[in-house]
Design a protein around this ligand. Sequence first.
Ligand code: NAD
Ligand code: MG
Length: 347
Amino acid sequence: MARMFYDNDADLSELEGLKLCVLGYGSQGRGQALNLRDSGLDVTVGLRKDSPSFAKAEAEGMKCASMEDALTDADLVAMLVPDTAQAKLYRDFVAPRLKPEACLLFSHGFNVHYKQVKAPRENDVVMVAPKGPGNLVREVFQAGGGVPCLYAVEQDATGRATRKALAYAKGVGGTRAGVLATTFAEETETDLFGEQAVLCGGATALVKAGFETLVEAGYQPELAYFECMHELKLIVDLMYREGMQGMRRAISDTAKFGDLTRGPRVVDDGTRARMREMLAEIRDGRFAKEWLAEDAEGRPRYNKLMAADADHKLEQVGKQLRDKMSWLKQSAKKPEAAKKNEALLVR
Ligand code: NAD
Ligand code: MG
């Protein structure tokens, strides 16, 4: 078993009295900055001068400043702007102001691993990557829990990089759930693979293909939506809480037999071979090169594909159905109420 780090393995005092600078107030920037502050640390959020996040961060009681001011004298800089913006932000703002011995922190290894950001040798370079979106990093923390995190050390200039990374992970709540040691390479490659093959790409392609198969065969789109999209959450929630076997305890024997005998026909050796190809493209840098070039060209393919999916019948039908399920919008805040309503819908 890999070694996991919990609250007792990390010491917040590593970061006490230091000036932490969180760049960006999006998904991770907001979640992490608020949690660090509530953990008693001195956090300043650095934002672009015209950023719409200024008002939001201030309303939430965060200390905010321009990128320049937030970076001045910072002992730790968390790079929480989009991956495609980090290289330029680093070059234009961070590098000219980074103190020797300051710690540069990432929540995803992309820019370090693919050599878009190269910090001086006298700086610590670490990663604390929550394995969940920023809104959950915040909500779970407020509820007394934490989102599991990965941590990695790319450069340990001060001899304290590991302790600082673990303290940061504690500050965002990660050590409440468990923090796993990794490397920038492992985190980057597995994170990209996971989002492409399973979590985002795999899941949306599976849902779309199932929905389209039913609708093409003449079944009602609304029913196809409930079957292929809505119910997925209930199944995934069971797997999340109790594993695959726990999920299977909750479904009928008929569903189990179909699951065990038909699932492998959906994801077969061909799918596995293509997964290995996707992993190879990630490992040798082809995916990163393609994505950075796409971004540099103004994202023509990305925009076209996003628009096509926004127009998909699944999304049109889904929106109408979800609009009638008012509690879905509150489900993050009222899990119990939402759970009861969801349970009614399974039958
Ligand atoms: P995001 O897309 O939510 O954006 C972050 C903020 O950066 C926004 O507030 C935006 O105003 C600001 N920003 C955008 N473009 C900018 C630019 N050109 N210059 C300066 N600021 C700019 O970002 P995110 O999803 O929180 O991702 C931040 C980091 O966290 C990334 O490295 C990402 O891979 C990682 N990460 C994200 C998640 C997630 O769930 N979103 C999970 C784990 C790790
Ligand atoms: Mg990712």
